[in-house]
Design a protein around this ligand. Sequence first.
Ligand code: EPU
Length: 296
Amino acid sequence: MLPVNWRKRSDGLAQTDVPLAPRTSWRIGGTADLFVAPRSPAELAAVLADLWRTGQPWRILGGGSNLLIGDRGVRDVVLQLGELQAISVDGARLRAEAGADLQSVVRAATNAGLTGAEPLAGIPGNVGGAVFGNAGGRYGAIGPLVCELELVCPDGTRQTFVPGQEFFEYRKSAIGERIVVAATLQLSPAPTVDVHDRAKSIFSERAASQPGWIGNAGCVFKNPAGDSAGRLIDSSGGKDMHHGGIVVSPTHANFFENPNLDGTSDDVCHLVDKVRTTVRRHHGVDLEWEVRRWGL
Ligand code: EPU
């Protein structure tokens, strides 16, 4: 049962029948029955406590850049922390709220003369999703930078702690059912011009080898140990593959593009099956989804 008291609120906290496709980089997916956007950590904690009491399942939507939502949408309550975007710097520590855009984090670190966050240059998404999935690339991931995490537990209680070394793995964290409210990154002082040059060079390298941010969801598959899913797909002839409105990117084979923004979640799933079968036949490797999936 949906919490009736929220449906009746007129202060913008909750909305019904909200299209989710525009909130994902793939531009795919149906609607959320109930969409809730808490405006403060305290409001998030209160909402979660309410959901916990009423036994209502929920999901947390980050920047939508690593997510496939089913065309039939989502019946669980969808939470998003787009209002929580504050970034502050204290010495060599940078604290960013979950809804802050990763590029704003890179810019803030650069302007403050702090090095460490440059590997995040050009990665779409926000801090909450990036920390949850330990986003990164060739030059490093966000996990090892995190020196303090502020989370809310499913029952609404809040936690602040220092994550240990084992908290983050390749494209994975131990956050589980908890929600990231903010993360503090430990960076190091460096000349702003050097930080800027490094961030720019990482950004340019990514832009030259990957398609833009809209109409795809980043890498579809995780890299198997010691290899690249993109290379495996490409060398299996996968760059010619397509299904419905979705095509394997001619720029990078581990990106699946929705060029006319008319592809469906079924199109993506069919293409994923075709590509996995081809890679298995050519290389004997089973590719594993990196993209999160809802309502499929
Ligand atoms: N390659 C091909 N064909 C392709 C794509 C790649 O032959 O279509 C070859 C490249 O020539 C290169 C090798 O595969 O020799 C590796 O390619 P790349 O440098 O692009 O790295 P990747 O392993 O494919 C990883 C991350 C990316 C990240 C880049 C750059 C994963 C699954 N992918 O890609 O992360 O941006 O390194 O740092 O870990 C993501 O996770 O969503 C993502 C895009």
